[in-house]
Ligand binder design. Structure first.
Ligand code: CP
Length: 306
């Protein structure tokens, strides 16, 4: 089986079979990262350009590692070191990169829809590494891989997503993916951080963290996306933490074997208490490990690796 589209632009475009294909391919790549020599020749001779026009630690690094572990040549471009600072447009930048004949382009951009524009004008596969508040499909895939690895399934699980839902591309991609895979998703956050159309996304909506996490199998905490907020959406960080920080007390409402997830970067003590982020329920660093395997799988599936 193959992916039906040239690009990975969002989870919304994927079928259940395609999500399963990506997760199973990623599971088969996990072992490569545990070897002494972490390299296979699968993408030898291929070139992957990582065009990161917005800050990133986990996604950029793991795409670079993923490409290198598959023996691809990986090139990293950031906004500060590219001719975008001289005023070159995204389309002109893309056309010039295309002229160098890469095999795939990974793009992160602060504007929703930027990967879709590249996908329309370029013949190479485009992978969305996060576009504005729209989608972050590889994050949702690594989250689903982590849930499946720890719980053995996704279908039927009670999953709470808590925090800044409106500005979170992670929340949007996970809502599409987890509901499609049969999970029962509840979202919670301040009313000012809830998108207007949320009730049309197949999720239960709560105003209180306690209500959302009661009997949850998985709690996914979100970062407050201050870089995407146009105005103050809560009185102070302390006030936010009073109502929406996952801590040692309120986590007792969830199932005894609950898993705690966070896409990172974390605002410690704001959305998640340090003892929870670093404690026994946390799978935050497993998410990061699985991110490399998911990105290896996508580079492999989209560039026709052998
Ligand atoms: N989760 C995530 O996208 O992290 P980065 O912004 O560090 O890539």
């Amino acid at each position: 089986m193959k992916l039906s589209k040239k690009d990975l632009l969002g989870i919304r475009d994927l079928t259940v079979d395609e999500i399963n294909l990506i997760l199973e391919t990623a599971e088969s790549f996990i072992e490569v990262s545990t070897r002494d020599i972490k390299k296979v020749p699968t993408l030898r001779g291929k070139t992957v350009i990582n065009l990161f026009l917005e800050a990133s630690t986990r996604t950029r690094t793991s795409f670079e590692i993923a490409g290198k572990r598959l023996s691809a040549d990986t090139i990293n471009i950031s906004s500060t070191t590219s001719s975008i600072v001289k005023g070159e447009t995204l389309i002109d930048t893309a056309k010039n990169l295309e002229a160098m004949n890469p095999d795939a382009i990974v793009i992160r951009h602060s504007a929703a829809g930027a990967p879709q524009i590249l996908a329309r004008i370029m013949k190479q596969p485009i992978i969305n590494a996060g576009d504005g508040a729209h989608e972050h499909p590889t994050q949702a895939l690594l989250d689903m891989m982590t849930i499946k690895a720890k719980k053995g399934k996704i279908s039927g699980l009670k999953i709470a997503i808590v925090g800044d839902i409106a500005h979170s591309r992670v929340a949007r991609s996970n809502i599409y993916g987890l509901t499609r895979m049969g999970a029962h998703v509840t979202v919670a956050g301040p009313a000012t951080m809830m998108p207007r159309y949320i009730d049309r996304m197949g999720v239960r909506v709560c105003c209180r963290l306690e209500e959302a996490i009661r009997d949850a199998d998985i709690i996914m905490m979100l970062r407050i996306q201050t870089e995407r907020q146009q105005e103050n959406l809560f009185p102070s960080l302390r006030e936010y933490a009073n109502y929406f920080c996952l801590n040692g007390e309120n986590i007792k409402l969830a199932k005894d074997d609950v898993l705690v997830m966070h896409p990172g970067p974390i605002n410690r003590g704001v959305e998640i208490a340090p003892e929870i982020a670093d404690g026994p329920y946390s799978v935050i660093l497993d998410q990061v490990t699985n991110g490399v395997a998911v990105r290896m799988a996508l580079l492999y599936l989209l560039t026709g690796g052998k």
